[in-house]
Design a binder for this molecule. Structure first.
Ligand code: GLN
Length: 310
């Protein structure tokens, strides 16, 4: 067992070193100004397994803005709360559009293509805002419980920064409301969405907190049932087809794991019946996915033969 851990750590270290020249290939997101202050050369990778091992290298214990990775937690909460009726308000198809695109939403009468593009996550935020008396607190409690860490917090600076630069998300939400697909008042809904995006977590915390998706809905460490096996399957299916936005096809083709990226530079990949890989490197490609993060996940998935399509 110990040898396995040392071996994995060596592999992760070698992979991270191999990325040394690639930090300049992407661009740190600055459309949310507070994210633009993060150093581009910070990077970490962590692998957590369902049998309780956690191995990480680089900046894997340093919290970063989880951004769209929060959509995974929000979706699980909304599925648990609403059951199958959720799928009348949001679909499960790849969008083939950028994550914050507004075009499709007009054609498709305010029904988002899937819950991990911004329109879909705003819809999920509406469900949470409307069904929890204190949805932001409920969200934070959920991730703190999953990560078994009460110190996880919302980065207020990132929250404020996104709130004052969130016109496109506001437009998506108002458009959906005009079609009758949003219940809450938009400012309240946006406040929830920006709060969950501004949660700061490390690669280690993210990898451990998402283990239930690799373990048929059961947190392997606490043994708590987080969602049904059917819903774990559904989330993984959505992450496989849409989690990397308009690069999801390429990611499935070259890596073969359900995954979700965030514009803070985080990337999580679920390996069913094995564990979770989480990487962090802020520079993004034009799809909004971390350049080095994708290379790291691709590298370790190949070395360990983790693709779900084998
Ligand atoms: N908060 C970001 C936004 O709404 C999340 C996007 C992302 O991480 N892809 O634009």
């Amino acid at each position: 067992m110990k040898n396995n851990i040392v071996d994995l750590q060596n592999k992760l270290q070698a992979l991270l070193l191999s990325q040394h020249d690639n930090f300049t290939q992407g661009k740190v997101a600055d459309y949310i100004p507070a994210l633009g202050n993060v150093k581009p050369e910070l990077a970490g990778i962590c692998v957590a397994t369902i049998d309780g091992k956690t191995v990480g290298v680089g900046d894997y214990q340093r919290p970063f803005s989880i951004q769209s990775i929060s959509k995974v937690f929000g979706l699980v909460m909304a599925m648990n709360r609403l059951g199958d009726s959720l799928w009348q308000r949001v679909k499960m198809e790849p969008s083939g559009q950028p994550f914050n695109s507004i075009i499709q939403l007009e054609w498709e009468k305010g029904i988002p293509r899937n819950p991990v593009i911004n329109a879909g996550a705003l819809l999920v935020s509406d469900v949470l805002t409307s069904h929890f008396s204190a949805s932001k607190l409920a969200f934070l409690s959920f991730v703190r419980k999953l990560a078994n860490n009460e110190t996880i917090h919302v980065d207020k600076q990132v929250y404020q920064s996104e709130l004052s630069h969130g016109n496109r998300n506001a437009a998506l939400a108002y458009l959906m409301k005009s079609f009758g697909n949003i219940e809450a008042e938009i400012p309240e809904l946006l406040s929830h969405y920006f709060t969950q995006c501004a949660v700061a977590m490390s690669c280690q915390q993210l990898a451990q907190s998402l283990l239930f998706l690799a373990n048929k809905g059961v947190d392997p460490l606490s043994k708590n049932i987080i969602c049904s096996p059917k819903d774990a399957h559904r989330v993984n299916a959505i992450l496989s087809t849409s989690g990397m936005y308009d690069q999801s096809g390429e990611f499935a083709f070259s890596v073969g794991l359900p995954a979700k990226s965030g514009v803070g530079g985080g990337l999580i990949a679920i390996v069913p019946n094995y564990g979770v890989i989480c990487t962090w490197s802020p520079p993004l490609n034009s799809f909004g996915n971390s350049v080095v993060g994708m290379n790291l996940v691709a590298g370790i998935a190949e070395e360990l033969g983790l693709s779900i399509y084998h």
